[in-house]
Design a protein around this ligand. Structure first.
Ligand SMILES: Cc1ncc(COP(=O)(O)O)c(C=O)c1O
Length: 386
């Protein structure tokens, strides 16, 4: 199977539309000249519409973790108490970064197949009036669980109007699942280019509102490359403080235009359709789903490997013999499940292909399978859509 025909069905990086790739291959231009100034204005405005914020947006060169680190370095001072919601690998990453920057971390660990409970968050906040920030994960890619960020934001009211900032990792959610940053009172959101935004890996974004901006000015932590004050200053001139990945910024402008043409709500609906097709298919194939329906992510689905099946060998067969690349389990879920990514530049027809390859893979490894049952279930969901 040729590489270029392979279906990349992992939760990022995701396939890039040809016109976005073409935009990235335009001749290099000056990052201190009018072409970049125009692009910077265009992508910043476009990103604000996706983040649904009137706040600040910083364009960082790096992966999603760079944006997470920037958020911690700018929102937390050494010795600050923070609450971190951990329901998977990426919640765990918030805790690791916060500790690296000297925070006193309280971890609220919730079951990996469910979302965090806003009531528990309110209890933690009521118990600890000095919590400076709450760190949450919008879409936990390691488990396929999406959190109710709106409800988590309200936990501060339930705790008597607690002043903690809410900082959200939406690396695998933004652009694929609703997140109304300003409306819901989220103070900081971070994301990366290589997931729902349909751009190659290499750019990361931090959006922050007025309350978070005050914190940026007051924080005493070490920061230099990721000092958001520098990004804010340069943005006024349509620039970034250091040389940005100009090719990726050109690609981003194209991708944001595509997203805008489709419409955010339509993009969310497309992701929900893909989720529903995949989940119906896995149920029809009698493969257990990891996340409960109530918490099912619209961008990635985790499937438990049936008893006796080696999930990683199965994935290798699906990749090498049938041309569909699935992701494996992470952290404590390694080897126990496979994940089907359905984010970014993907649609219902891609899900039919992915399910067909899963069926072929099951047959090839000798697992019991009713050929066509998954595809039929996915097709029915698609047919009933709208
Ligand atoms: C939810 C989530 N957070 C953070 C990250 C880290 O992003 P990166 O690998 O781009 O540093 C990822 C990447 O998979 C993710 O899915």
């Amino acid at each position: 199977m040729q590489d270029e025909r392979r279906h990349l069905r992992i939760p990022g990086p995701t396939p890039v539309p040809p016109k976005v790739t073409r935009a990235a291959s335009r001749p290099i231009f000056n990052h201190r000249g009018p072409v970049f100034h125009r692009l910077h204005g265009q992508v910043t405005a476009g990103l604000k519409r996706v983040f649904q914020t009137d706040g600040h947006v910083a364009l960082l060169t790096g992966s999603g973790t760079a944006a997470m680190e920037a958020a911690v370095a700018n929102m937390v001072s050494p010795g600050d108490k923070v609450l971190v919601l951990v329901g998977g690998v990426f919640g765990g990453r918030w805790a690791k970064i916060a500790r690296a920057f000297g925070a006193r971390v309280i971890e609220y660990g919730y079951p990996w197949n469910e979302g965090a409970d806003p009531g528990r968050v309110a209890e933690y906040l009521a118990q600890h009036p000095d919590i400076a920030a709450v760190f949450a994960t919008h879409n936990e890619s390691s488990t396929g669980v999406i959190n109710d960020i709106e409800a988590l934001a309200k936990a501060r009211e339930a705790a008597g109007g607690h002043q903690a900032l809410l900082v959200v990792d939406s690396v695998s959610g933004l652009g694929g699942a609703p997140l109304q940053m300003d409306e819901w009172g989220v103070d900081v959101v971070v994301t990366g280019s290589q997931k729902c935004l349909m751009v190659p890996p290499g750019l990361a974004f931090v959006a922050w509102g007025a309350r978070a901006d005050q914190r940026v000015e007051q924080t005493s932590n070490h920061r230099f490359y990721f000092d958001l004050r520098a990004y804010k200053g340069s943005a006024e001139r349509g620039e970034t403080p250091y040389t940005p990945a100009v090719s990726l910024v050109a690609a981003l402008a194209e991708a944001l235009e595509m997203l805008e043409e489709e419409g955010l709500e339509a993009a969310f609906a497309r992701h929900r359709l893909m989720r529903d097709m995949v989940r119906a298919a896995m149920k029809a194939l009698e493969l257990p789903l990891f996340a409960d329906d109530r918490w099912a992510s619209p961008t990635v689905t985790s499937v438990k490997a049936p008893e006796g099946m080696d999930a990683d060998r199965f994935r290798a067969v699906v990749r090498d013999s049938f041309g569909v690349e699935l992701a494996g389990g992470q952290g404590e879920l390694k080897g126990r499940l496979f994940r089907i990514g359905h984010m970014g530049w993907a649609g219902p027809l891609d899900m039919v292909a992915a399910v067909a390859a899963v069926e072929q893979g099951l047959k090839a490894v000798g697992a019991p399978v009713r050929m066509g049952a998954g595809v039929a279930a996915a097709q029915e969901v698609w047919a009933a859509w709208r």
